[in-house]
Write a new protein. Structure first.
Length: 81
């Protein structure tokens, strides 16, 4: 299973990655912004599963869907208190 994390807060991304590794889930990519994610999706095979933070450093993650048709399963995450 190909899994990616889209999270702008690097400590949160690393923590989620460690949690997934403990479950033997290999994260193939960690992305940190809307712009970076759009570019990645346009140039790579889409993953089976995306862990997606809602608020990224350069906008809301929903902006990705306005630019790329994503058919992957998505689990929304947030580090917001």
């Amino acid at each position: 299973m190909k899994v990616i994390i889209i999270e702008d807060e690097k400590p949160s991304a690393r923590r989620l990655n460690r949690m997934l590794e403990a479950l033997n889930v290999n994260v193939s990519e960690m992305l940190h912004s809307v712009e970076e994610s759009i570019e990645w999706f346009n140039n790579n095979e889409h993953p089976d599963l995306i862990f997606l933070d809602i608020q990224l450093s350069d906008g809301l993650s929903f902006e990705i869907f306005e630019n790329v048709e994503i058919k992957s399963a998505i689990i929304f995450t947030t580090a917001y208190d």
